[in-house]
Design a protein. Structure first.
Lengths: 339, 355, 327
C-alpha cells in the first residue's frame, strides 16, 4: 500500500524533474549503519531514483551487523566494486568521518544521510533528522499534551550510550524540560534490544507509574516496547511521545495510548540524496552560500523533515511526508547546487 | 624450570607442552618433518587461504585491486592483534571477555593523553599501553585472589571497565590527534601495504620469540597445560596468570590504538556496546589457528592465519555481492566448509597412510 | 543434624538462595513497591524467559561445551513462529509446534556436526551462529512481523492466577522436566558423565555421540521455546530477539555453581542465578542509577554475587574437612 503511494509520488516528482537525462555513470550506494527497519524505505527510494534520473544504479547495501567495523569493511568493498557516490548513515558521528574522508579521497561523492557527521568532515552535507532537535520538539509536544510543563515529571527512554547521538538526545530532552519548568526524573538508556527494554521499562512502570506524568522515547525499540507497556497497564493518564513509524507505535497512537510520534523521512532522504549525488557527480557544486542549517554536529545540515504525528494525522503521515519530500525536491537544485 | 624443559622436546611448528604428535604406527611414506608440516593447522589454513584467494580472484574483478588488498590487510591487521590478545589468555587455560572493553579504555586514554594532556603521540601510546597492562593485571589479580573462573571475572569487569570509560568520557570522543599518528593508519606503502599490517607482523614475531625462547613464555605455557604440575616444578602459576592477563591488556590496547589511528579519532563506540563486537574476532583467530581452549598450546602463526582467513572470507563475500542480508549466512557456511575441508585433509592423509 | 545442614551448605543452590533472600529483603526494605503484585508479575515474566535461555546454555555446559548459537536459534525460531502465523496464516499452536521443530533441528544440526567431526563445539556453533542469524536477516530483511494473534499476545501478557503470568507455566514445567532428566533418567546421567570425563564415559559404554547430539537438540529446543515466549511477551516478531542472550546465558548457570569444564551443573542454582540477575536489573531501575554508571554497578553486583557464593563454598568445604577430621 505504502509502496504504491510512494510510487505515485515519484511519478509526480519525475514530472517536476523534467525530461530524464541520459544514462549517467553514477553508481550510488545507500549504506545504513546496520540492519534496521528504519532504513527499509531507502531501498525503494534508491530504485525509484535510479529509474527517474537514469543512474547506473542506486543500491541499498546493508552491513551485516550493526558494527562500525562491518560498515567500514562494506564501504571499502563497495569502492572496489566501482561505486562512486555514497549516502552513508554514520555508524558513529566521529568514527565514520575517517572512512568518509577516504571515500572522498578515491574521488567519490559522499554525504551523511539520516544522521550527521561531526564537523569537520569531507561529506558534502548532511541530510536527515537533527536528532537532538527532534528529541527537543518531541519533548515540547509531550509537555503541551500535559497542559504545560510546570512541575511535570517525565521519564526518558533511549538507546545505546556509546552512540554519541544518545547523549545529544538526553541533553535536548533535559533542556526542553527545564525550559518549561518540568523535570526529567529518570533516564533509562542502553535499551536498544527488545529483551532488556521490556524488562527495564516494565520494571520502571511497576515501581514509578504513579509518579510520572509523561514519557518521551527517542529510539525505535524503546518506543515500541513502551507503547505496548502503556497499552498493557491500560493507563491513558501517562502521556507518551514516541519516535519513528513502527506499526505497533502507530496503532497505539490511533488507540489513544500514545499521544503521538516524531516521524522522520527516510524515503525522501534516499530519493533526494541519490538525486543530489548524481548532480554533484555530473559537475554541479554545492553553492557557497547554500542556506544550510546548523545543529549540534554540523553546520552543513539539510533537514529532511521531522513532523509530529498525533491521533489526527497518523493515518495520512505518508501523505504529509510526501508533501515535505516534494517541497524539498522542487527547490533542491536551485537552493543548494550550482549547476 | 629444568623439570619442564626436560619433559619437553623442542617442537617445530607450534609451541606446545604436551607432545601430541600423531601416532606413527603405519609405515610412513613421508619424512616425519614433512608429515608434521602437512598435518599442522597452519598448513591447513594456508592452503585454505590460497584456495579461497584463487576463487575470489577469479570470481570477482576487484578482489586483487590494490585498494582491496590494502583495505583487507588493514582490517586483518587489527583482527589479528585482537586474536593475539585473546590467545595469550587462552594459553593459560582461561578466557578474557573484556578484551574489547580494555581496548576501548586504552584507546580513549590514548586519545585523552594526546589531545587533552598534549603529550607527543609516542608517549601517549606508551602511557595508554601501561594503562592497558594495569587493567589486564587487575583482571589477573582478581582471578588469582578469588579463585573464580576467568570467564566470570572478565564478564563482570567487561561491564565495569566499559562503564567507567563511558562515565568519564560521557560518550564523547577525542579527534584532535597528532596528524602523524592519524596519517599512520591511512598510509599505503607501495600503494598496497598498510603500516598497521607491518606492526602486526612485528608483534607476531615478538610473541613467537616470547613463547618459544623466553623463560616467562615457557612458564606460561607450562602453567596453562597443567597448573598443578607446573606449581610442583616451582613455577609461580599465580604470577603467570597475572602476567598473561597483563599481556592481553597490552595487546587489546594495541588493537584499540591501531583502530584510533585508522579511524582518526578515539571513539567510545569503536568496539560496540561493552566492547562485544571484538569477541567474535578475538575467538575466531586463535580457535581456527589451533590454540586449544583448554590451554597449554599457543600458535602465533595459526592465530595470524586464522584471523586473516576470516577477513578474507568476509571481503570476498562482500565483493561477490550475495544479497546484503545473506552475507552472514554465507560467512557461516564458508567457515563451516573451511573447518570441514581442513578435517578431511587430515583424514585423507591418515587414511592413505601418509602418517 | 549438623551433617544435614552441611549437606545444604554444600549444595550449589544454597548460596544463591541466601543471596536472593538477602537481596529481596534489602530491596523491599528500601523500596516497598518492589513486592507489589504488579512488580512481582514483571519480575516473574523476566525470570520465566531468562530461565529458559539459561537452561538452554546449561545443558551444553553440562557436557563441557559451549553453545554460542543460543541467541541465533532463539531469534530464528521467534521469526519463524511469527512468520508462519503472518505469512501463511497458520493457527498459533501449529505454528508454535513447527517453530519449535525448527529450534530442535537447528540444535540437532549443531550436535550432529560436533559429534561427527569432533571439531570443538565452540567453532561449530560460532559458524552456525552466523548461519542462523543470517537466515533470520535474509528472511526478514530486519523488518519485524507484526500480525501476532490476540491469543498469543494475551498469553504473553496476562496472568492465570494473580500475580502469576501464563508464561511462568512453561518455565515451571521445563524446570521440573530438566531436573528429572538430569537426576533421574539415564540420558541425564550420560550427559553429566560425558561432561565429567568423555573418555571414561566412552569406556563405560555410553554413546558419546548420541549424548552430545541429544544435549544440543535439547539446547536448540529450549532456545526456540524462549524465542516463542518472547514473541508472546513483546507482541511482535522482532528479528533482533536473541542478540542479547549470550552473556546472560552463561552468567546465570555460572552464578548457580555450574563448572564450565562440564559434568557439574545445578538446575535450581541456574534458576536462582537468573533470579539474582533479574533482581540486579530491577534494582538499577528502581534506584534510578545514573545511566552512565549502570554498567559499572551491574558489573560490581555480579562480582559481589559470585564472590559471596564462592566464599560460602570455601567455608563449607573447610567445615566439611573439619567434620571429616573429627569423625
Amino acid at each position: 500500500m505504502i509502496r504504491k503511494v510512494l510510487l505515485g509520488t515519484c511519478m509526480s516528482l519525475v514530472a517536476l524533474a523534467g525530461p530524464v537525462s541520459a544514462d549517467s555513470s553514477t553508481k550510488v550506494a545507500l549504506v545504513p549503519g546496520g540492519p534496521h527497519p528504519y532504513f527499509t524505505a531507502w531501498e525503494q527510494a534508491g530504485m525509484d531514483a535510479a529509474k527517474d534520473f537514469g543512474l547506473a544504479s542506486a543500491d541499498y547495501k546493508v552491513p551485516q551487523k550493526w558494527e562500525l567495523g562491518a560498515q567500514n569493511q562494506l564501504l571499502e568493498s563497495l569502492v572496489t566494486q566501482g561505486y562512486n557516490a555514497f549516502l552513508v548513515f554514520p555508524g558513529d558521528p566521529v568514527g565514520t568521518v575517517g572512512i568518509v574522508d577516504e571515500l572522498v579521497g578515491t574521488g567519490a561523492v559522499a554525504m551523511a544521510l539520516a544522521g550527521c557527521l561531526r564537523d569537520p568532515s569531507e561529506a558534502v552535507f548532511c541530510m536527515g533528522t537533527d536528532t537532538g532537535n527532534s528529541a527537543y520538539l518531541g519533548t515540547q509536544q509531550l509537555l503541551k499534551s500535559l497542559g504545560g510543563g510546570e512541575g511535570r515529571k517525565i521519564a526518558h527512554f533511549t538507546g545505546f550510550l556509546v552512540d554519541a547521538n544518545t547523549k545529544l538526545r538526553i541533553d535536548a530532552v533535559e533542556q526542553a524540560a527545564t525550559e518549561a519548568g518540568a523535570e526529567v526524573i529518570q533516564v533509562i538508556a542502553d535499551i536498544d534490544a527488545p529483551e532488556p527494554a521490556e524488562e527495564k521499562i516494565n520494571a520502571y512502570l511497576a515501581a514509578h507509574a504513579d509518579e510520572v506524568d509523561g514519557i518521551i522515547t527517542t529510539a525505535w525499540v524503546p518506543a515500541v516496547v513502551a507503547a505496548n507497556a502503556l497499552r498493557k497497564i491500560g493507563d491513558k493518564r501517562i502521556q507518551m511521545v514516541g519516535i519513528d513509524h513502527d506499526e505497533v507505535l502507530l496503532q497505539a497512537v490511533k488507540d489513544g495510548f500514545v499521544h503521538g510520534t516524531m516521524l522522520q523521512n527516510p524515503y525522501g532522504q534516499g530519493y533526494i540524496g541519490s538525486f543530489a549525488a548524481n548532480k554533484l557527480r555530473e559537475g554541479c557544486t554545492v553553492k557557497a552560500d547554500a542556506p544550510f542549517k546548523s545543529n549540534a554536529l554540523t553546520d552543513k545540515f539539510i533537514d529532511s523533515g521531522t513532523v509530529f504525528a498525533g491521533i489526527d494525522d497518523v493515518d495520512d503521515y505518508v501523505t504529509s511526508m510526501q508533501s515535505i519530500t516534494k517541497t524539498l525536491f522542487e527547490s533542491f537544485e536551485s537552493t543548494y547546487l550550482d549547476c | 624450570m629444568n623439570n619442564v624443559s626436560s619433559t619437553q622436546p623442542p617442537t617445530s611448528d607450534a609451541m606446545r607442552l604436551e607432545d601430541e604428535s600423531p601416532p606413527r604406527t603405519g609405515s610412513s611414506r613421508l619424512g616425519p618433518q614433512l608429515t608434521r608440516l602437512l598435518l599442522s593447522n597452519e598448513f591447513g589454513l594456508l592452503a585454505l587461504i590460497i584456495l579461497f584467494s584463487v576463487i575470489f580472484a577469479l570470481a570477482t574483478p576487484g578482489f586483487t585491486s590494490s585498494f582491496s588488498l590494502f583495505a583487507m590487510g588493514r582490517t586483518a591487521a587489527v583482527n589479528i592483534i585482537i586474536g593475539f590478545s585473546m590467545m595469550v589468555v587462552i594459553v593459560s587455560g582461561g578466557l578474557n571477555l573484556s578484551v574489547g572493553s580494555i581496548g576501548v579504555c586504552v584507546a580513549m586514554a590514548g586519545g585523552w593523553l594526546m589531545q587533552v594532556a598534549g603529550v607527543p603521540w609516542y608517549l601517549g601510546v606508551v602511557g595508554a599501553l601501561v594503562l592497558g597492562a594495569m587493567i589486564g593485571a587487575l583482571n589477573g589479580i582478581m582471578i588469582v585472589k578469588t579463585g573464580l573462573h576467568s570467564f566470570i571475572i572478565t564478564l563482570a569487569t567487561m561491564s565495569i571497565f566499559f562503564g567507567v570509560m563511558i562515565f568519564l568520557t560521557q560518550a564523547g570522543s577525542f579527534r584532535e590527534l597528532p596528524p602523524e599518528y592519524v596519517q599512520f593508519g591511512r598510509m599505503k606503502i607501495n600503494g598496497v601495504v598498510s603500516p598497521l599490517l607491518i606492526v602486526t607482523l612485528l608483534i607476531g614475531v615478538v610473541l613467537s620469540v616470547f613463547f618459544r625462547l623466553t623463560t616467562s613464555g615457557r612458564r606460561l605455557l607450562a602453567a596453562g597445560a597443567n597448573p598443578d604440575a607446573a606449581e610442583l616444578s616451582g613455577i609461580r602459576v599465580d604470577r603467570t596468570i597475572i602476567l598473561c592477563h597483563a599481556l592481553s591488556g597490552v595487546l587489546a590496547g594495541i588493537a584499540g590504538l591501531m583502530l584510533v589511528s585508522r579511524t582518526g579519532a578515539a571513539i567510545p563506540s569503536m568496539a560496540g556496546q561493552l566492547g562485544q563486537d571484538w569477541l567474535l574476532p578475538a575467538f575466531l583467530g586463535p580457535v581456527l589457528g589451533g590454540t586449544l581452549l583448554t590451554g597449554g598450546r599457543a600458535s602465533v602463526l595459526g592465530t595470524l592465519l586464522g584471523a586473516f582467513l576470516v577477513t578474507l572470507l568476509t571481503t570476498g563475500l562482500l565483493l561477490l555481492q550475495v544479497g546484503a542480508f545473506w552475507v552472514q549466512t554465507c560467512l557461516g557456511l564458508l567457515l563451516l566448509a573451511a573447518v570441514l575441508i581442513d578435517l578431511s585433509r587430515r583424514t585423507y592423509l591418515a587414511r592413505h597412510n601418509l602418517i | 543434624m549438623k551433617r544435614q545442614l552441611n549437606r545444604y551448605l554444600q549444595s550449589d543452590w544454597f548460596g544463591p538462595l541466601l543471596i536472593t533472600i538477602a537481596a529481596i529483603a534489602l530491596v523491599s526494605w528500601f523500596n516497598p513497591s518492589f513486592l507489589s503484585p504488579f512488580n512481582i508479575q514483571i519480575l516473574l515474566l523476566a525470570i520465566a524467559v531468562n530461565a529458559i535461555i539459561a537452561y538452554s546454555q546449561m545443558v551444553i555446559i553440562a557436557i563441557g561445551q559451549m553453545n554460542l548459537s543460543v541467541g541465533a536459534i532463539g531469534g530464528l525460531v521467534a521469526i519463524s513462529f511469527s512468520g508462519f502465523m503472518e505469512v501463511w496464516s497458520i493457527p498459533w499452536p501449529v505454528a508454535a509446534f513447527m517453530a519449535l521443530s525448527v529450534g530442535l533441528t537447528a540444535g540437532y544440526i549443531n550436535g550432529l556436526f560436533v559429534a561427527m567431526t569432533g571439531i570443538s563445539a565452540f567453532i561449530i556453533t560460532l559458524a552456525t551462529l552466523s548461519i542462523y542469524k543470517g537466515l533470520n536477516l535474509g528472511i526478514t530483511e530486519a523488518t519485524p512481523f507484526y500480525k501476532i494473534p490476540e491469543t498469543v499476545k494475551a498469553l504473553g501478557n496476562s496472568n492465570f492466577i494473580e500475580p502469576l503470568p501464563w508464561l511462568v507455566l512453561p518455565t515451571i514445567i521445563v524446570t521440573f522436566c530438566l531436573w528429572y532428566l538430569l537426576n533421574r533418567l539415564p540420558v541425564g546421567r550420560f550427559i553429566l558423565a560425558v561432561g565429567g570425563n568423555e573418555h571414561a564415559a566412552e569406556l563405560s559404554g555410553i554413546s558419546v555421540r548420541k549424548t552430545i547430539i541429544t544435549a544440543h537438540a535439547i539446547s536448540g529446543f529450549l532456545a526456540g521455546l524462549a524465542g516463542i515466549m518472547l514473541v508472546a511477551r513483546l507482541q511482535i516478531g522482532q528479528p533482533t530477539i536473541g542478540d542479547d542472550w549470550l552473556i546472560l546465558s552463561f552468567a546465570a548457570p555460572v552464578i548457580g555453581g555450574a563448572v564450565l569444564t562440564g559434568g557439574h551443573i545445578s538446575v535450581a542454582g541456574t534458576l536462582l542465578g537468573v533470579v539474582i540477575v533479574a533482581i540486579i536489573t530491577q534494582v538499577l531501575v528502581l534506584f534510578n542509577v545514573d545511566p552512565f554508571l549502570v554498567q559499572v554497578v551491574l558489573g560490581l553486583l555480579i562480582l559481589w554475587a559470585v564472590g559471596l557464593n564462592k566464599l560460602r563454598e570455601v567455608r563449607a568445604a573447610r567445615s566439611m574437612d573439619e567434620l571429616g577430621a573429627g569423625a
